[in-house]
Design a protein. Sequence first.
Length: 311
Amino acid sequence: MIAQPTLSPDASPLPPGFDPLRKACDVAAGGIFIETDHHVLAYLPGKDRLVVTFDNLSSDREVENRQPFAAELVRRQGWGILGVMMKRKDWFQCPQLKTQMLALKGAGLFESYPEVSLYGSSMGGFGAAVFASLAPGCTVLALAPQTSLDQTVAPFETRYRYGRSLGDWSAPFHDAAEGIRHAARAYIIYDPQVAEDRLHAERMAGGGTLLLPVPHFTHKIPPMFKRMEVLKDVAMMGMSGQLDPLSFRRLMRKRRVAVPYLLTMIGAAVARGRLDLAAVAANRAHELVPNWKLRKLQNEIRLAQAAAAAE
């Protein structure tokens, strides 16, 4: 039994929507619900595999029935899930959270499962990688993760200044490039054209880490995967350690009919001044996926070509 911590006077209030989850984490059935100053740990037992999932920055949009990230998919497999959920967007740098995670390790939660996976996106991807040391030999799936907001180790990261101002970024669990070394398998999916994401990915290269670049997907990879209808497949293969470059490339073929991807890809050609190439790509894209945004982009390219010809 893990003792509930005493919240400090400056603790973040518990947002609405956690009551159903609290009830689901029935202690009598082996569940755990722990509230720390700035986070919630919610454990629902299962079998065969424990998946530790981490909130991303948009997880708090759900205000009626908060659930751990990817909970529905994980629970459908009968696996156990430990949701690391935020009350404050501090990249899991709350000292109480770290203490409770170590307490769960000490209580044998991670060792009670034959397989452990950690999964998250962006801030959640950071969490999945940085806490991998709690389950040596685990599997990590991280979408567009950061390795740290600490300027001494990731000086190229100029985003998320509010997150950098919260927590002690010299304390343990502050550098995912160190944490991920404890994973047997790690999948880092990122857009190499987002400079910060590429540099974070490169810091995690080596060992059991497989870098899977997805150009023109931007930082918002989960929504793109959803539009492509491959998020479930990627998540399942990644969490179970069965993702490989060939199967990943096959899944990524569906990007050819994903409007957000097409708009970003063609927009990059326009930005480089490759209007002829952009026009051909836009025309072909609109043939494959008739869409008003693609039609609008076609018109904008034609106007740009006319303006360039008139110069």
